[in-house]
Design a protein around this ligand. Structure first.
Ligand code: HEM
Ligand code: NAG
Ligand code: NAG
Length: 513
């Protein structure tokens, strides 16, 4: 019901009239009124039927808000002020852990708690399917992995995640290390100020281009970076395709990205066919290989869409984690000192041996540093939560959830549950020590989601984050330009001023106090 009516209300009343006049110029006013009356009556009947159908159901409590808009604005507003958790908590208090609302144009059931997370994230495709904002499917393309199902989903996911296997990650440590070192040196050559957020976005973007997609040409990477930045903005914009708006710019950026990508796909296809490269060379080759083997189900468009999707999925998320790490270390000298000591030990080990490249086993030693990252993602999950679409009537906790509705899961509520995490507001990386008596129960710590659609890039993110932190703390001392900088959701949780830091390079022997 909602999809057929969403577009019209965006137009102001005056526009709506002009369109009616224009379209119906050769129908007389009498027939217009008949059409209007018939439409209204059938809408009314449909609505009644719909209400009656729902009337027999035991729907969760809650408010559907205004027609169509529902509670979308208050939800987005709360997110912006980083009060998304409070927005949910207020309703949980009023209605219970399963409540209804209406978001992004569809009636929605929000479910919090471990059982709810498991119900949503662990559900199969017959009941719930992934659903992303409309803007994502226009910018990333309609074949993006989030929205594929069945064999197409399995094949694309296989191709993307084959590159996330430990053996392949291990062989890329040196490459990542070189890239990150070069970026740090380049960025501090002329100035001693690093704009952390922009810098980290640059790091994740360059690593994804070079390591995941085998794109080495620096000019090309810069051109991609320019267009992707425009495309990223469109994902968080209103989907209105009018010249000059973010969405319009995003769609044009998408077509420029495709124009640059096609020759690369052609070249890599040739190399694969002639045996000059293998599917495990990079993600693009792996996708091309799957297409060659399954021409009937995998199209070239799917390769393109999932190239863009991977660049989107792996970009902001990791850049946020890295920026939050710098923010936390700047604010908390004890955490900074612990990380510094762990990393200096590793650096001393490296300097003592023959091959002075950073290796996989060095990264495995960065245990404390990673626990800080885990604790940060508990308190400030980079992904607040996401939607699923209900494709078959279902029930949860005694409530009916009708087909056509959507459900929403949120990481925050179990992350802050004192039954799972003692003193949840306290920052304590030791919660993630592996020898705990009480391990963290499944579906309660979900910064990377869970179940079928859980993040395939979590290990990749861990490796790039740890190398970047290793380089930062061993190369530099730093201080914040804005000491009171806070984290705001825009809607991703970034430091509000971009976290510029003033750096001073350190000789390897110094310690911080
Ligand atoms: C700290 C960094 C990251 C965080 C917090 C994160 C978080 C998430 C979450 C919460 C989901 C599940 C979304 C849902 O269920 O609706 C997800 C899915 C996904 N992530 Fe990540 N992610 C991170 C890094 C990455 C990286 C580096 C990549 C790729 C290089 C990546 C690729 C993906 C893909 C392809 C999916 C979709 C999987 C599927 O639908 O089967 N992510 N991520
Ligand atoms: C709904 O469930 C039935 C039975 O499990 C299944 O055959 C059907 O494909 C499902 N519908 C959708 C849209 O997945
Ligand atoms: C890193 O390894 C390469 C060989 O793969 C070697 O040529 C280079 O000297 C090493 N770098 C350091 C700093 O040891």
């Amino acid at each position: 019901m909602s999809t057929t009516t969403t577009t019209i209300p965006h137009l102001p009343p005056s526009k709506r009239n002009t369109i009616t006049n224009y379209c119906c110029c050769h129908i007389n006013p009498m027939s217009i009124s008949i059409i209007v009356v018939v439409t209204l009556v059938s809408l009314f009947l449909l609505l009644k039927l719909y209400k009656k159908k729902l009337g027999n159901k035991n729907l969760p409590k809650g408010s559907l808000g205004y027609p169509l808009i529902g509670e979308t604005f208050s939800f987005l507003q709360a997110q912006k002020k980083d009060q998304g958790p409070e927005w949910i908590n207020d309703r949980v208090k009023k209605y219970g852990p399963v409540f209804k609302t209406s978001l992004m144009g569809a009636p929605t059931v929000v479910i919090v708690g471990q059982a709810g997370n498991k119900f949503i994230l662990g559900s199969d495709e017959n009941v719930l399917v992934a659903k992303q904002p409309k803007t994502l499917s226009t910018v990333a393309g309609k074949h993006n992995i989030f929205e594929l199902t069945g064999s197409r989903y399995q094949l694309i996911k296989g191709a993307l995640s084959s590159f996330m296997k430990p053996t392949i990650l291990q062989s890329n440590v040196k490459h990542m290390d070189n890239l990150i070192t070069t970026l740090f040196l380049k960025s501090t050559k002329k100035t001693n100020i690093i704009p952390t957020v922009d810098f980290m976005k640059r790091v994740t973007f360059n690593i994804a281009s070079a390591v995941l997609f085998g794109i080495q040409n620096e000019v090309l990477i810069d051109e991609f970076c320019h267009d992707f930045t425009i495309a990223f903005k469109a994902i968080w914009s209103l989907p209105v395709n009018l010249p000059g708006l973010a969405y319009w710019h995003g769609m044009r950026a998408r077509s420029r990205i495709i124009d640059r990508l096609m020759p690369i796909i052609r070249k890599k296809s040739e190399e694969l066919r002639e045996g000059r490269s293998s599917p495990s060379s990079d993600v693009l080759s792996s996708l091309i290989d799957v297409k060659m083997q399954h021409e009937d189900v995998i199209s070239e468009e799917m390769i393109v869409d999932n190239f863009i999707t991977m660049m989107i999925a792996g970009h902001d998320t990791s850049a946020i984690l890295m920026s939050l790490m710098v923010w936390k270390m700047s604010k908390d000298p004890k955490i900074h000192r612990n990380i510094f000591e762990e990393q200096m030990d590793i650096q001393r080990d490296i300097e003592r041996r023959e091959d002075q490249n950073l290796t996989w086993s060095d990264i495995q030693k960065m245990k404390y540093t990673w626990r800080v990252a885990q604790e940060l993602m508990r308190i400030i999950p980079p992904v607040f939560g996401s939607f699923r679409k209900v494709v078959n009537d279902t029930t949860f906790g005694g409530f009916d959830i009708p087909k056509g509705w959507q459900v929403f899961w949120s990481a925050y509520n179990t992350h802050m549950d004192s039954d799972v995490f003692t003193n949840p507001a306290e920052f304590d990386p030791s919660r993630f020590e592996t020898n705990l008596l009480k391990p963290i129960p499944p579906y309660t710590y979900i910064p990377f989601g869970g179940g079928q659609h859980s993040c395939i890039g979590n290990e990749f993110a861990r490796v790039e984050t740890l190398i970047t932190m290793y380089k930062l703390v061993t190369m530099f001392e730093w201080s914040l330009i804005y000491p009171d900088e806070v984290i705001t959701r825009q809607p991703m949780p970034y430091p509000s001023m971009g976290l510029p830091i003033k750096v001073k390079s350190r000789s390897s022997a110094t310690a911080i106090d």
